[in-house]
Design a protein around this ligand. Structure first.
Ligand code: ATP
Length: 269
């Protein structure tokens, strides 16, 4: 692994160590501060040298969520990083990518002993209903080119007591879930390892191969949900996700498939 580090307390060497045999698969840039790790990779993607390029920042000044929303993070209190994945032509990008990324985060956290982890379609990681991590997948434009996606992940390590997070019913952090919060370098390496494994499976076999694992952790399985954001709200019972990652909602009109990620899912009364 080649790494670039600039005045950050995050240690590139430690990330390397934790990646072990996979270290050579990644190109790492460690930043003390940047506007948004996703923007770094979207605006100036490193040349394709066969590796997965990663930008991790101790502090983001303009962290982004979907649809222009903000991702909040605190120096030392959050892990924020993005990675650029290039897939072979014909790979099932983009459908399902956010879901697979969520599953990778969950698997890494489960191995650290976090309990009660759940996935909220399409892109949130919850612990018993409270948001612990967010994921922002952005596709790199370019017809005919190798499909490529930037996967941004923010995980709350220790939220400050006065943290104010708008539009979110409940949030949590790892300090509330574990006696010992892992070092960010170890957590980053662990999530990158799971992404590497699961994106390989996804590229080879599609979302269908991971659908069961996703559904086992579906926060809204068989519960009433409201999907809003585009046109008319869809209200019904969440019955799971389809073979391609579309959300399945049983409504009075029948079974609806929700494909777009540009919508929000909430519990319905
Ligand atoms: P939602 O989670 O409301 O369905 P979304 O999936 O579109 O929305 P994301 O793009 O994942 O949201 O993230 C942006 C939203 O996440 C913000 O609008 C805010 O409500 C919430 N948020 C921002 N920072 C944090 C944080 N550190 N921890 C938990 N939630 C956060």
């Amino acid at each position: 692994m080649q790494s670039n580090s600039c005045n950050s307390s995050l240690s590139a060497d430690a990330i390397l160590r934790h990646l072990g045999p996979l270290a050579g698969e990644f190109g790492l840039q460690v930043r003390a501060e940047c506007a948004s790790t996703n923007s770094e990779l979207m605006d100036a993607p490193p040349a394709d040298d066969g590796r997965v390029h990663v930008v991790v920042a101790e502090r983001q000044t303009a962290g982004r969520g979907r649809r222009g929303r903000q991702w909040q993070s605190w120096s030392g209190g959050s892990l924020t990083f993005s990675s650029l994945w290039r897939f072979a032509p014909g790979a099932p990008v983009p459908a399902g990518l956010s879901l697979v990324a969520g599953l990778a985060v969950v698997r890494a956290l489960e191995k650290l002993g976090v309990q009660g982890l759940q996935l909220k379609w399409p892109n949130d990681v919850l612990v018993n209903g409270s948001k612990l991590a967010g994921i922002l997948v952005e596709l790199q434009p370019g017809r005919g080119r190798t499909p490529a996606a930037v996967v941004g992940i923010g995980i709350n390590l220790r939220l400050p007591d006065d943290a104010y997070i708008p539009d979110q019913p409940a949030v949590t952090d790892l300090a509330r879930q574990l006696d010992l919060v892992p070092a960010p370098e170890a957590l980053l390496a662990s999530v990158l390892t799971e992404l590497h494994i699961l994106f390989d499976t996804y590229a080879a076999a599609g979302f269908a191969a991971l659908r069961g694992a996703w559904q086992q952790r579906n926060a809204f399985a068989d519960l009433p949900v409201r999907i809003s954001g585009e046109g008319t709200d869809v209200v019904g019972i969440c019955t799971g996700v389809d073979e391609d990652g579309a959300l399945l909602v049983r409504t009075e009109q029948g079974l609806e498939r929700i494909l777009s990620g540009e919508v929000s899912l909430r519990a319905a009364q």
